[in-house]
Design a protein around this ligand. Structure first.
Ligand SMILES: [Zn+2]
Length: 89
């Protein structure tokens, strides 16, 4: 599998991580120096796994998103409000 040097995106526990110089977690509006740190953060945030019909876990500027997670297509869920993407664990 070839990795593009820029704009590299991956998904960890259903939360997207984007490499853009640092490792960014768009769903939570956070960035980390290493992929490992980003994963640790996501692990802590996703202990109560996101399921369709639940409140979106995304936090923007300290405020939790008020959107709901909805089923989008097989195995993929997305917030109706902020469009954060979640993948079935
Ligand atoms: Zn949301």
């Amino acid at each position: 599998m070839a990795n593009a040097p820029e704009d590299e995106a991956r998904v960890y526990k259903g939360v997207e991580i984007v490499k853009d110089g640092s490792w960014k977690v768009p769903a939570f509006d956070r960035e980390f120096a290493t992929l490992e740190k980003a994963r640790e953060f996501i692990s802590a945030r996703t202990k109560s796994a996101t399921k369709p019909g639940q409140r979106c876990g995304r936090v923007v500027s300290g405020t939790q998103c008020k959107g709901m997670v909805k089923h989008r297509k097989s195995g993929i869920y997305a917030c109706s409000h902020c469009k954060a993407k979640y993948r079935e664990a």
